[in-house]
Design a protein around this ligand. Structure first.
Ligand code: PMT
Length: 420
């Protein structure tokens, strides 16, 4: 994957800078064109000439080292990169990247580049654990930056703990897999709207009706869509799972809120996936004060909620609409009924009574139905795997319908996370 690719290798001033020389050599041997940017501190630890000899390219330390009058070096380097690797990344550089500082060649170039960025941090164990460093890394992950975790071991400062830069071989392997993953983007250029979680229907300020949805299925769909290149908006009710990075989150409470959030965005959306468990009913009256206990029984009158999926099915103008059905019996019959009534392009049915399926689990057992008699059962697998299969099926169907060939190049704004 690295053959013929242009890689910027950013080297910061940590003692692991010596390992960056081996990394530079391995990247070059793998066929990449490596352009090294060093910070001034890195250049105190290892000579730029070392990297020049290994990469056969001029090494830049100073932002104003403009050796080619035809270009502005940091913009030219940023634009030409297929991938940026920062190894070692110091706590200082992570903070600069998180806050958008541009006071040296590397941080300045990072603000310009649209290439994916892979970061291999290295520092003292306490520094690595410091809440500021952890927050900066989380910020960068949420913006689509990829990380290779530091390893545990003997550190140059004398401590034994987490903070060692990943080995050069591992970084090369991860970089190669990342490029492969980023090329597989059949939903690039598509906007996907996913709903997740359960709605909350208020009875009074302290009580509500909801359901067991954790949001995990919807989150998995959002994550899979993001990794396949889509721009993802996630409309989420009550959830317990962790929200995927790199997606736009719209938190909502009630079915009415979810309806408004979805319809507001429908026109700008290519694919709608409704994995949320929407309450069919809500209390007719929402008390604005806590309902007091009396000696009498209490009757709660429920009225019907709007059916969001049905509304989307009626209004869709070219959007690809996918519904979910949580069933406890007559799975196929009910699922096909919902597919037709709600005018869906696909419907994903799960038998929520089956072990490992439905609410709250990390796994699911689904069957995907289509209007043309299409039926695709998927055995027990993780919700993430099920979501990936569903999204790839959607991408195939969009292609088949000639609605639009997925295209585009990966940017650094989606995705992000820790690379295994
Ligand atoms: O969130 P998890 O814990 O991971 O659990 C996943 C899940 C079981 C919630 C998920 O896999 C699932 O099945 N979601 C749909 C649950 C549901 O509401 O099913 P339903 O059969 O009641 O509704 C059918 C479809 O209509 C769904 O797409 C639902 O979002 C939609 N609907 C339903 C009612 C309503 N008023 N408005 C709707 O849009």
């Amino acid at each position: 994957m690295l053959k013929g690719k242009t890689v910027i290798l950013g080297v910061c001033g940590g003692i692991a800078a010596y390992k960056a020389a081996a990394l530079c050599s391995k990247l070059t041997q793998a066929g990449a064109q490596v352009h090294v940017i060093m910070t001034a501190s890195a250049a105190k630890l290892v000579q730029p000439l070392t990297f020049q000899a290994l990469s056969k390219n001029h090494v830049v330390v100073d932002t104003f080292d403009e050796h080619d009058p035809a270009v502005i070096t940091h913009v030219d380097m940023a634009d030409s990169a297929d991938l940026v690797i920062i190894a070692p990344a110091t706590a200082n550089m992570l903070a600069k990247l998180a806050y958008g500082l541009a006071d040296d060649m590397l941080s300045t170039t990072m603000l310009v580049t649209r290439a994916p960025i892979l970061v291999a941090p290295a520092m003292n164990v306490h520094m690595y654990d410091h809440p500021t460093v952890q927050t900066n890394m989380a910020t960068l992950v949420s913006r689509g930056v990829y990380f290779i975790d530091a390893a545990v071991g003997q550190l140059a400062c004398g401590y034994v703990g987490k903070g060692r830069m990943a080995e050069p071989e591992q970084i090369v392997d991860v970089a190669s897999r990342l490029l492969e993953q980023l090329q597989d983007r059949p939903l690039a250029g598509k906007r996907v709207l996913v709903t997740a979680g359960g709605t909350v229907e208020r009875i009074d300020p302290v009580r509500y009706l909801t359901n067991d949805s954790s949001g995990k299925m919807g989150f998995a769909v959002a994550e899979a869509a993001r990794d396949l290149g889509a721009e993802v908006t996630l409309v989420a009710g009550r959830t317990t799972g962790s929200v995927p990075a790199g997606v736009e989150l719209i938190p909502v409470q009630s079915a009415q809120d979810m309806l408004e959030a979805v319809l507001e965005r429908l026109d700008g959306t290519d694919i709608v996936v409704k994995a949320a468990a929407v309450a069919d009913y809500r209390p007719e009256v929402q008390a604005d004060r806590k309902i007091k206990k009396t000696e009498e029984a209490l009757t709660l009158r429920l009225v019907k909620n709007p059916d969001i999926l049905m509304e989307v099915g009626k209004r869709k103008k070219g959007q690809f609409v996918v519904g979910f059905a949580a069933e406890t019996d007559h799975l196929e019959e009910n699922a096909i009924g919902k597919l037709e009534r709600k005018n869906c392009d696909l419907l994903v049915a799960n038998d929520v009574t089956a072990e490992g399926a439905g609410f709250g689990t990390d796994t699911n057992i689904i069957t995907i139905y289509g209007p043309d008699g299409f039926k695709m059962p998927l055995p027990l697998c993780t919700k993430r795997e099920a979501a990936d299969r569903l999204l790839r099926l959607i991408a195939d169907r969009l292609d088949g319908a000639g609605i639009g060939q997925a295209q585009g190049v990966p940017g650094g704004e989606s995705g992000g996370g820790r690379m295994p």
